[in-house]
Design a protein around this ligand. Structure first.
Ligand SMILES: Nc1ncnc2c1ncn2[C@@H]1O[C@H](COP(=O)(O)OP(=O)(O)OP(=O)(O)O)[C@@H](O)[C@H]1O
Ligand SMILES: [Mg+2]
Length: 491
């Protein structure tokens, strides 16, 4: 028996059995007292009646002073079933005939008789004679020579024995009734206990934070309604928790995007003033270096050094230009853009590079794809950055595999375009896949990598309501998958 059922049994027992037991005790005590009182009263009335008859018989005997006849009369009357004892008292209040039961009667009896004689009023009460308590009735006799009072007693024992018997019967009936209601309480707790225990257990689990709890209960005593109420409550709590978690996640995501956008803005400002400050001196150094490198009057090694200076200046200019490019806010308008055209433009632009680096281009573009509503240059930045990264990841040659198709994996969703750019380079380890999207994270510092390409890609794609994933390419390298909502659902 589980704890909840035990508790239920205890409560039901208290609720059912206590009033029954109390009811029996109270009504028993009250009714037995009343019964005893009325029995005693009727005994007293019987005594009074008996005395009236006895007095009539005693008058002539007393008048003649016939003590022996008086003794015989009291013994005869005392032999009757309902009479305990009989006694005659004379005009002075002294006993002159007593039945054997009253021979050793206490003085209290004589006192009662003497008082009745002197006051001329009847009285009744109880006195103890031997081990027995008896009911006494004293009747004064006026103006009768030789007779002052007649006393008659009656045993109280039979009445008390009747009351004791009634008490035992009452106790037995009360016990049986208490047993019956206890059995009913135990039966109810058995029938309901399991379901009640389930409900209590479910509420305990909800209180501990488990909102997946679902309870079932039968319609007995409306328990199914309680179960439904608990289920509705946990469901609505779970929904509220879901909403709170979703709102929190959205808030965190928004904060991250804002930090990202602010960082890009700072990059743009720094790059702008940087380009402005070093632009002129850099151009001067570059110009003079080129001129000197082309000066045939200078010795070969010196010209080579100028060549190096010019090349490094070019690199610095490229880096600054790139920082400007990526951070400059787009000026174009948002229009429906054919992503397939963007992909073709980028591959056409990179074709000479691919040839030099012996990278095999495998392009697969699906027919009749829906457009994407976006700023064209921003989409160009996405494709370009992914392709350049793929090229840079394969310095010794390899494969650039680009595929563009409709993503119809989930028919429930709005149509999306899936662009995949894969290479046969070293790939990106799992634990680095979120890091590569961080601003300024780059493993290509020596070749002028700024760590801005992928953050820009992520930013543009997110702005269009899409997402970027990294996976393993079939050739072993990295595979970047970009999912973008198509025109009908684009933001
Ligand atoms: N196709 C790829 N294969 C392997 N690693 C890659 C690939 N693409 C990106 N990475 C890793 O992610 C890093 C960040 O790329 P990201 O394009 O942001 O910057 P970058 O290429 O280093 O510099 P930038 O693009 O600004 O010139 C790279 O330095 C490289 O370590
Ligand atoms: Mg890059």
């Amino acid at each position: 028996m589980n704890l909840a059922r035990k508790r239920l049994t205890r409560k039901l027992l208290a609720i059912f059995a206590t009033p029954v037991v109390l009811g029996f005790v109270l009504t028993g005590v009250v009714s037995l007292r009343t019964i005893r009182t009325s029995l005693v009263e009727s005994s007293e009335r019987a005594l009074a009646d008996n005395i009236a008859t006895l007095r009539t018989a005693a008058l002539p005997i007393a008048a003649k002073g016939q003590t022996e006849e008086a003794a015989a009369l009291v013994e005869r009357v005392a032999d009757e079933e309902t009479v305990h004892g009989v006694a005659f008292y004379d005009e002075r209040g002294a006993p002159f005939a007593r039945s054997s039961a009253l021979v050793n009667a206490p003085s209290a009896l004589d006192v009662m008789a003497a008082r009745a004689v002197s006051l001329g009023a009847s009285s009744h009460g109880t006195v103890r004679v031997g081990d027995e308590e008896v009911l006494v009735h004293v009747e004064p006799v006026r103006d009768a020579p030789g007779l002052g009072a007649v006393v008659m007693t009656r045993e109280l024992g039979p009445i008390d024995r009747m009351i004791d018997l009634a008490l035992i019967r009452l106790a037995l009936t009360g016990g049986a009734a208490a047993l019956c209601v206890s059995l009913i309480a135990i039966w109810i707790s058995r029938v309901l206990g399991r379901e009640w225990g389930n409900l209590v257990h479910a509420v305990d689990r909800v209180a501990a934070g488990d909102l997946d709890v679902r309870v079932e209960a039968s319609p007995r005593l409306e328990l199914d309604r309680v179960a439904r109420a608990i289920n509705d409550m946990t469901r609505s709590l779970a929904e509220t928790r879901e909403k709170l978690l979703a709102a929190e996640a959205e808030r965190t995501e928004l904060a991250a995007r804002m930090r990202h956008a602010q960082a890009l803005a700072v990059v743009g400002q720094v790059a702008g003033s940087f380009a402005h400050e070093i632009g002129s001196p850099l151009n001067t150094i570059l110009g003079w270096s080129r001129l000197s490198a082309a000066d045939e009057d200078l010795p070969g090694p010196v010209r080579a050094q100028f060549e190096t200076i010019a090349a490094q200046c070019e690199r610095i200019r490229r880096i600054v230009q790139r920082m400007l490019d990526v951070s400059r806010p787009p000026t174009d308008h948002v229009v429906p853009v054919e992503l397939a055209d963007v992909v073709r433009d980028v591959t056409a632009f990179l074709a000479p590079d691919l040839r030099v680096r012996r990278i095999d281009l495998r392009l697969r573009v699906a027919e009749r794809l829906p457009p994407i509503v976006a700023v064209r240059d921003r989409l160009l930045q996405v494709v370009m950055n992914l392709c350049i990264n793929a090229i840079q990841a394969q310095p010794g040659g390899g494969t650039l595999r680009i595929s563009l198709a409709l993503d119809d994996a989930d028919p429930e969703r709005e149509p999306r375009l899936r662009l995949e750019v894969a290479d046969a380079g070293p790939g990106i380890p799992e634990d680095k896949r979120s890091q590569v999207f961080e601003l300024f994270y780059s493993t290509k510092v020596e070749i002028g990598g700024t760590g801005l390409g992928l953050p820009i890609v992520a930013d543009v794609v997110r702005d269009l309501g899409g997402r970027v994933e990294i996976a393993d390419a079939p050739e072993g390298g990295a595979l970047f998958r970009v999912l973008l909502p198509a025109a009908s659902s684009a933001r």
